[in-house]
Design a protein around this ligand. Structure first.
Ligand code: FAD
Length: 414
């Protein structure tokens, strides 16, 4: 088996990255800077961000800092100091303040398009080629991989292929048939709205009525699509997937009244919304893979570990994957180890962290999105009580900021 160092001696390591999303772009950037020849393959005609706002945690910001992009991202987003989750009657269920983790810590609310631009500009600056309109449908010979595209073209062979084609990855089903990725019965409606009165600064606010109704407002800085200089928020409404069509058939004014009944403060935010197509629907999968590796193929980001956004960790984990993959390959190169060994070492390095968030999201989601009255009653009693226990607040804080792992030591963020 050829070692990485031998491959470098005979020419740069050739890497294909499938998917020009957050994970794919971050991986391409980190690997290119580590000295590899990288090409990104994207199925759409133009690489584009999908969805609304994101909350990046201190861990995700650490990864962006490693890529030299944190300051640009911070300037494009909004610093989030607290998470405040309540019932419509005002009963406080979640009260997490980043400063309780570390002085000066914060989350970053950011428009997906802004994060996309930050990464995409860096890809362009590094002159990483992006092959657009190339939907990769299969990969032949995982030990010496060649990509097959829907256009009929073949690319490769490559020394390594990173599969970052997202939570609904078709390549995962083709190449790893034993993997499972059930779609959650609950999804979400999202939109970006101007916060004209500046009523929603620096706090991610959520309102929960039972487990069937959840509304969230996340400050995200300026909307890059808007000419206005006013701050924007990402508005979130939880809904069952099977109800998407019924929601589209209901007059938008009726839905706005529903929101106002539960959360009167949000009424003014929704004033500019006049049609259903101003709001997007999102679904999420619970990805279960025994391994992320197959020969010289590696699944990364949501393709490997997509989860419910309840804990807001997916993009953070994808960014960390990217930085640590490049670092693990560099270490393997120095130790003259094979690509396969480096991928094994990478998965060992990432599992305790990623698995914690996979299990925690799976476990926590029914307390916020389900049809269970019991889960709602338990949450409303247990969460406020737990805030006063000696151990729980610290644990919740570590979970929110993204450092908790299935190990005694948290993820190290310098
Ligand atoms: C409603 C919602 C809210 C969220 N909120 C948060 C949050 O607050 N914080 C957070 O950290 N995360 C959040 N997430 C999760 C976050 O969006 C994902 O974890 C992140 O986008 C994963 O990035 P990725 O690069 O792995 O996949 P994606 O961003 O999905 O990118 C996949 C790319 O692959 C391309 N592609 C797909 N198939 C192919 C193919 N066959 N060939 C070529 N290209 C292909 C796609 O076009 C796309 O460009 C949220 C997710 C949802 C749905």
């Amino acid at each position: 088996m050829q070692t990485l160092a031998e491959r470098v001696e005979t020419g740069n390591v050739r890497i294909a990255v499938i998917g020009c999303g957050i994970g794919g772009m971050a991986a391409a950037l980190a690997l290119k800077r580590a000295g590899s020849d990288v090409t990104i393959f994207e199925k759409f005609e133009a690489a584009r961000p999908l969805g609304a706002g994101l909350l990046l945690q201190p861990t995700g910001l650490w990864a962006l800092r490693e890529l030299g992009l944190a300051e640009t991202a911070i300037n494009a987003g909004a610093r989030v100091k607290r998470l405040d989750g309540r019932t419509p009657a005002g009963r406080l269920l979640l009260d997490l303040d980043y400063e309780r983790w570390r002085t000066g810590a914060f989350g970053l609310g950011i428009h997906r398009a802004s994060l996309f631009s930050v990464l995409h500009d860096a890809i362009r600056a590094e002159e990483i080629p992006v092959a657009l309109n190339e939907e990769i449908t299969n990969i032949a010979a995982p030990w010496w991989p060649t990509l097959m595209s829907a256009s009929g073209a073949r690319f490769g062979p490559y020394d390594l292929v990173i599969i970052a084609d997202g939570a609904h990855s078709a390549l995962r089903s083709t190449l790893m048939p034993q993997a499972r990725a059930p779609i959650y019965p609950w999804g979400a409606l999202w939109t970006i709205l101007p916060d004209r009165n500046g009523e929603f600064p620096d706090t991610l606010r959520q309102i929960y009525r039972g487990t069937q109704m959840m509304i969230g407002v996340l400050p995200i800085g300026r909307d890059p699509a808007s000419a206005e200089m006013m701050p924007a928020v990402s508005f979130f409404w939880s809904i069952m997937r099977k109800d998407f069509d019924a929601w589209r058939r209901t007059p938008i004014s009726e839905w706005k009244k529903d929101v106002a009944r539960v959360w009167p403060e949000a009424e003014s935010l929704l004033a500019p919304v006049s049609a259903h197509d101003e709001i997007s629907a999102a679904t999420y999968s619970d990805v279960r893979m025994k391994t992320w590796r197959n020969g010289r193929l590696l699944f990364l980001g949501d393709a490997a570990h997509g989860m419910s956004p309840q804990l807001g960790q997916g993009a953070n984990l994808a960014l960390i994957d990217a930085v640590l993959l490049a670092d693990t390959l560099k270490r393997a190169d120095r130790a003259r180890e094979s690509v396969e060994h480096a991928l094994y070492a990478f998965e060992r390095r990432r599992r305790a962290h990623v698995n914690y968030y996979l299990y925690a999201s799976r476990w926590l989601t029914p307390f916020f999105q389900s049809n269970s009255r019991l889960a709602s009653a338990f949450r409303n009693v247990a969460f406020p009580l737990a805030r006063n226990l000696p151990f729980f607040p610290g644990f919740m804080m570590r979970t929110l900021v993204g450092v908790q792992r299935l190990s005694f030591r948290p993820f190290p963020v310098p």
